[in-house]
Write a protein that binds this ligand. Structure first.
Ligand code: FES
Length: 80
């Protein structure tokens, strides 16, 4: 179980990887979808990667570029 946090999740992806990122904020396996969205009108962001790279997924759930980090976590207090 991975918790949400006030910093991005960095991860390496490989060409051909398919990831489903949580968009509802309810997942107990952040930042990935665990199916908890069924009680909402949200759906996961599913993406197939075409190259090897490092990505930064929003951990604070406040990014305007969700599921990707836009730096908003830097403006939040530690208690959020
Ligand atoms: S659990 Fe949040 S989008 Fe699926």
């Amino acid at each position: 179980m991975t918790k949400w946090k006030n910093e991005p999740f960095s991860m390496n992806v490989t060409a051909g990887d398919i990831k489903a990122f949580c968009m509802c904020g309810l997942s107990d396996n952040a930042p990935f979808c665990d199916g908890a969205h069924v009680t909402t009108d949200k759906k996961p962001h599913v993406e197939k990667f075409t190259e090897d790279k490092t990505i930064y997924i929003c951990g604070c759930r406040e990014s305007s570029k969700s599921p990707y980090c836009d730096g908003t976590h830097k403006t939040l207090s530690e208690t959020q």
